[in-house]
Design a protein around this ligand. Structure first.
Ligand code: 3PG
Length: 306
């Protein structure tokens, strides 16, 4: 009987855990839960005898993968897999997967939610502004970027996108104007919503120069990863531009400086909240469970990332 661990420092909604359990019950697998753990040692102990593992932003480091002697597959229930050491997974003969698209709507709704919150000054009773007619730049037009565009259209925003990996025609079909460079996107748009992954090429790539191109009242919306921001550049820019705002799903490392110096010009979630809805948890969790069963039973490696 295969043994599967759900290791979630930030737990799934209970309904999602029930739905995941149903998938494994039907397959005749044993399910073990490790939720809200605070010590790495708890994770290291929990992985000792498991065959498969579902994680969220939990870190599947070399140490964890080395300790999981029977592990055959780890599925990140979500999009970004920068929390899995892919080389260590491959070295340990472990297949790593993600569940692309399954939590995208929740993230897209949060991006727009943060924009409305900011435009209305955090609902502070003073006159705010509207999103209608404003320019929105989508930086990377993947599953989330596409949905942000769709929702923003409903708000009457003018939408632009930059994504060198997607056919121009496929983006334009959505009524979105394609620009040729990040520089063009940032200099055109009052709001920029970030959807790039965190990797060697993108780390700290959103820097002072790029951000300084944004028009007056520029607002950067980050539901991607904090690592893609050059935080020194961000602070320098916020110092130079009292009109600039930064909204982020999870606080940057320089949170204290921003909180101290730039009152009213930031919003940070206390934990990564983009995908934290019951619907997204069910979609991503059940997809992860099915991917595990399909891999262990049929060798299906769809969505393998290593
Ligand atoms: C993702 O990459 O899918 C999101 O960042 C969601 O992360 P979470 O599962 O930790 O909420």
């Amino acid at each position: 009987m295969a043994k599967v661990l759900i290791a979630t420092e930030k737990p799934f909604a209970p309904a999602a855990v029930n739905s995941i359990k149903e998938v494994f019950d039907n397959a005749g697998y044993e399910l073990v839960l490790l939720e809200k753990y605070t010590e790495k040692s708890d994770l290291l102990k929990a992985v000792e005898d498991i065959d498969a593992m579902i994680i969220r932003s939990d870190k599947a480091t070399k140490e964890v993968l080395d300790a999981a002697k029977n592990l055959k597959i780890v599925v990140r229930a979500g999009a970004g897999y920068d929390n899995i050491d892919l080389d260590a997974a491959t070295a340990n003969n472990v297949v790593a997967m993600n569940t692309p698209g399954q939590n995208s709507n929740a993230v897209a709704e949060l991006a727009l939610g943060m924009m409305v919150l900011s435009a209305r000054g955090g609902y502070n009773g003073k006159p705010g502004t509207e999103l209608k007619g404003k320019t929105l730049g989508i930086h990377a037009y993947g599953n989330v970027g596409k949905l942000v565009a769709e929702i923003a259209k409903g708000f009457g925003m003018k939408i632009y996108a930059f994504d060198p990996f997607i056919n121009k025609e496929d983006i334009e079909k959505d009524g979105v104007t394609v620009v040729e460079s990040a520089e063009e996107l940032y200099s055109t748009c009052q709001y920029v919503s970030l959807h790039i992954p965190a990797n060697e090429k993108t780390r700290k790539s959103i820097n002072y120069n790029l951000l300084s191109m944004m028009p007056k009242g520029g607002t950067l919306v980050n539901t991607a990863r904090k690592e893609v921001i050059d935080e020194d550049g961000l602070v320098k820019l916020m110092e130079a531009r009292p009109d600039f705002k930064y909204l982020s799903d999870i606080a940057p490392d320089c949170k204290d400086t921003i909180v101290e110096k730039f009152e009213g010009r930031y919003f940070f979630t206390p934990k990564k909240m983009g995908a934290q809805t019951a619907e997204a948890n069910i979609n991503a969790g059940v997809a992860a469970a099915n991917q595990i069963v399909n891999f262990l039973e049929k060798g299906d490696t769809t969505y393998k990332v290593n």
